[in-house]
Design a binder for this molecule. Structure first.
Ligand code: PLP
Length: 285
């Protein structure tokens, strides 16, 4: 696989980043994952805008313009012949001469930009979407700026392992009694004609897929309520689902051992998945 590091397209075995890189030492980096369907990028503009916001919130310099980023994404998709899969992008505050808590002078230390592709044939036609996934709930002990997409993913990764050990697929995180989000996705339930999901704030990542799915839901006459909800309320719902760039809309059929909709994906989540795939393919770049 060919990867991109700071201006160069290289075989992955030749790509190198300094051990003093601030992301390696301090998780001082941000990332984006953009899916690829039919060789085209889904929701690229949304991901590019959120990247800029993450950089701004952390006072991290941009490594290049958003147009250049699009070109790099496209070039890697082409070189690696990705039809369905993902492009992972990471920007870090770069590698100063030594480890130091103080941010380096942006004039002296340039950001590190790394991109690689992940080939995932069958991403859209994912058989898991026909079965649905099981989630457990865990306490949300992450930091207070979850709206910034940093590479600080240790706790979400631990959450995924807790889910696996419990025989589930993922975990929904709960803070002060209310669901924040999944380990790497936004969380929703459907009751009647209404979709409920937590409102945007610093407590959750502002999902790019979330924005699109809520827009499509409203356009197809579903009601959308952005508010706090508990695990118990979601367990009593008709359907539940998650969204993310790599899973699109994925039905949830079990929450903490309680089955929803007889343990099979319901019609509304399945329909939202179809609409999302259909509409986002139309505007893919
Ligand atoms: N929430 C968290 C914590 C995430 O890590 C992600 C994606 O990685 C999402 C939500 C979904 O965001 P998006 O739809 O932009 O992929």
């Amino acid at each position: 696989r060919t990867v991109y590091v700071n201006g160069d397209y290289l075989p992955e075995t030749e790509a190198k980043v300094s051990i003093f890189d601030r992301a390696f030492l301090m998780a001082d980096g941000v990332y984006e994952v953009t899916s690829v369907l039919g060789g085209k990028l889904i929701d690229f503009e949304g991901h590019a805008k959120r990247l800029q916001r993450s950089l701004d919130e952390l006072d991290m310099p941009s490594p290049c313009t958003m147009d250049e980023l699009l070109e790099i994404h496209r070039e890697l998709v082409k070189i690696n012949e990705i039809d369905e899969g993902m492009v992972y992008l990471q920007v870090t505050r770069g590698a100063p001469d030594d480890r130091d808590f103080v941010f380096p002078d942006p004039e002296l230390v340039k950001p590190t930009l790394v991109l690689f592709t992940q080939n995932k044939p069958g991403l859209a036609d994912n058989p898991v979407a026909k079965k649905g996934i099981k989630v457990i709930s865990i306490e949300d002990v992450r930091w207070g700026r979850r709206d910034i997409k940093t590479v600080q993913l240790l706790y979400p990764s631990m959450g995924k392992m807790m889910a696996k050990k419990a025989g589930a697929d993922d975990a929904w995180m709960v803070e002060d009694g209310f669901v924040t989000e999944g380990t790497s996705n936004n969380a929703y339930f459907i009751k009647g004609n209404k979709i409920v999901t937590r409102a945007l704030s610093n407590d959750i990542l502002h999902g790019i897929t979330r924005a699109a799915v809520l827009r499509f839901a409203k356009e197809s006459q579903m009601e959308v309520e952005e508010r706090n909800f508990t695990i118990e309320e979601a367990q009593q719902a008709d359907e539940a689902f998650i969204t993310s760039a790599s899973t699109f809309v994925m039905p949830v059929v079990e929450i903490d051992g309680v089955s929803l909709g007889g343990g099979v994906p319901g019609p509304r989540a399945a329909r939202l998945r179809e609409i999302y795939l259909e509409e986002s393919r139309k505007v893919a770049v």
